[in-house]
Design a protein around this ligand. Structure first.
Ligand SMILES: [Zn+2]
Length: 311
């Protein structure tokens, strides 16, 4: 696997940049999340300025540690907020990437149950073409979610919509899958709709305990995202990382925390988890285990630039 091809582009909340500008990137984090459900989800449930005030120090903390790219994985109906992300990007200089797509029940609106995959994809393609919720902020990838088992019909529809939207826009798809069986089912469905497995991210892959299944997904060419850093046990994530590197998948690994966030509904947003475990603890552990700087650069800089490159 190579670096992002020359001229590869990334869509940030402040517009398109060259993939080479993205730099050290956390491919799966959250600024704010509202777990209230699709029926009540609304920006009226929080104060944007309070969210920005609360989360800005956490972003500045990683900026000081050398992080320059932040992929915000909060989907629509869970408080994806282009205004908050753009303000934070302007205030901190961080490259934020947001998404289109939909999560799983109970974070799907009634309409999603009624319309076809094609119509659903049409909504997401419109966000890519016109911007999100009346802003000119455009999505940089497609986020979906499934349960950790073979896919229910509703989830097959959402994944099919993601395939249609990805082919129309060139955006990469990331799916909260957690389990190898679910990942393989998603991949099968995407492939049937002509999506290259290299355009798909297996989110929460570290939660799969059967490495044979992870290897089966990696062999297809997909991204294996170990995004429980700081929450999961360091030794277990490290052992999975070492197995992936040993099996030759250095060009397909992504590392992140799935941390943050301002929690809508809790006083003052609750207690966000910082985004610093990777730089402060995990990378030093990788170095102690003999993982060289070139490998660390590939995993933290080159891989995210390729994973989220458009086209
Ligand atoms: Zn997440």
């Amino acid at each position: 696997m190579q670096m992002a091809a020359h001229g590869a582009r990334i869509m940030t909340v402040q517009g398109e940049i060259d993939a080479a500008e993205l730099g050290f990137t956390l491919p799966h984090e959250h600024v704010l999340v509202d777990f209230g459900g699709a029926q009540t989800a609304s920006a009226d449930r929080y104060d944007r300025e309070e969210v920005i005030r609360t989360m800005r120090p956490y972003v500045e903390q990683i900026a000081a540690a050398g992080v320059t790219g932040f992929v915000d994985c909060t989907p629509m109906y869970l408080a994806r907020d282009p205004h908050v992300l753009r303000s934070l990007s302007e205030q901190t200089g961080m490259h934020f990437i947001t998404n289109t797509g939909q999560y799983k029940e109970p974070y799907l609106p009634d309409e999603t149950f009624r319309i076809t995959a094609q119509a659903l994809a049409g909504q997401w393609i419109r966000e890519w073409e016109e911007g999100i919720e009346g802003t000119d902020v455009r999505p940089g990838f497609i986020k979906t979610a499934v349960e950790p088992r073979p896919l229910a019909p509703m989830q097959q529809k959402v994944v099919t919509a993601a395939a249609i939207a990805s082919r129309a826009t060139g955006l990469t798809i990331g799916t909260h899958a957690c389990a190898g069986i679910a990942a393989l089912h998603v991949l099968r469905l995407l492939s049937a709709h002509g999506v290259d497995p290299a355009k798909w991210i297996f989110i929460h892959a570290h939660m799969e305990t059967d490495f044979d299944l992870i290897r089966m997904v990696a062999r297809e060419g997909s991204w294996i995202e170990l995004d429980g850093i700081g929450a999961a046990n360091d030794a277990s994530v490290l052992s999975m990382l070492l197995k992936l590197l040993d099996a030759g998948f250095v060009g397909q690994v992504l590392l992140s925390h799935d941390a943050g966030w301002y929690s809508v509904g809790e006083p003052k947003g609750g207690t966000p988890r910082p985004y610093t475990h990777l730089t402060d603890v995990f990378l030093p552990l990788m170095r102690e285990l003999g993982i060289d700087e070139q490998t660390i650069h590939r995993v933290t800089v080159e891989n995210p630039a390729r994973a989220f490159a458009i086209g």
